[in-house]
Design a protein around this ligand. Structure first.
Ligand code: SF4
Length: 284
């Protein structure tokens, strides 16, 4: 199975997004997908280019709108594995309302955020993930806002698989993405993916020093929501691993009354002319 195509990424050398791309490609192969079973839908930002770098169906949408498109794709063809991806600005600023509603809907897609805590594509402005005091050209005296906590937000919004990893850990990230793809429901993977060009604070070394692996916590139980929230609050969200998973909640598409398993594309949607006239009359 080959998820590589011949498009050369134009990310800066050392950008964390390279390993996220490699991880998605490896995870897709490891779970037994073929390129025609996978759709990668991206938003806008450096990370949004990823849809063009993976040999699969792909769609590079508009800013903050990867999730509405991804949900539409899943509903139109639930046989596809759908991965939505983007950056922290895309998902937690302009796309925030979509993020929250997709999470609470628990539709069976995987959302991967490349979280570099800055806007990279527009050359380095403060993002919703930048820490208080963060200095950029948009906050020259330091940000006076505090950063959003994506993990706490996801759990409290209803996501049923919530994980965090680092782009420096290709093996660990790939294992998490495999589990996220296999999870039946909304899976959210936040990846600390350094912007080596514009963010000189949250570097690979900074994440290595500050992020604690859940494997270090004795008897950690990812099905325990209260323990998950406590660990996140105690560590300011700087933990890696599968933080929360609920396998008992049905996915959105399994709850829609009368919704068929078979992809719309494969269903016979022919209407007889009388039915069509009746349908039109209802809208006249
Ligand atoms: Fe990556 Fe930053 Fe370069 Fe964008 S600007 S490609 S996020 S290193």
């Amino acid at each position: 199975k080959e998820f590589r195509n011949n498009v050369k990424p134009n990310w800066c050398p050392g950008c964390g997004d390279f390993t996220v791309q490699a991880s998605i490609q490896r995870a897709a192969a490891n779970v037994g997908l073929e390129p025609e079973n996978l759709a990668v839908i991206a938003g806008i930002g450096c990370s949004g280019r990823i849809a063009g770098y993976i040999h699969s169906y792909g769609f590079h949408g508009v800013h903050g709108r990867s999730l509405p498109i991804a949900q539409g794709v899943k509903m139109a063809n639930r046989e596809l594995t759908v991965i939505a991806s983007g950056g922290d600005g895309d998902g937690f600023a302009i796309g925030m309302s979509h993020t929250i509603h997709a999470m609470r809907r628990n539709i069976d897609i995987t959302y991967i955020v490349m979280d570099n805590q800055i806007y990279g594509l527009t050359k380095g402005q403060t993002s919703p993930r930048s820490s208080a005091g963060f200095v950029t050209k948009s906050t020259p005296k330091g940000s006076i806002e505090s950063a959003i906590s994506p993990m706490q937000l996801a759990i409290s919004s209803g996501a049923t698989f919530v994980a965090q990893t680092m782009s420096s850990d290709l093996k660990g990230m790939t294992e998490i993405i495999e589990k996220a793809i296999n999870h039946k429901g909304f899976s959210f993977v936040n990846v600390f993916s350094p912007c080596v060009t514009f963010n000189k604070i949250n570097t690979y070394d900074w994440f290595k020093e500050h992020v604690k692996s859940l494997s270090e916590i004795e008897n950690y139980d990812p099905t325990n929501k209260i323990q998950a929230m406590r660990v996140l609050m105690e560590n300011e969200d700087l933990v890696s691993g599968i933080i929360y998973q609920n396998e008992n909640q049905k996915a959105y598409e399994d709850l829609v009354p009368g919704f068929k398993q078979e992809a719309l594309a494969k269903q016979d949607l022919t209407l007889d002319p009388a039915q069509f006239e009746k349908l039109c009359a209802e809208f006249m």
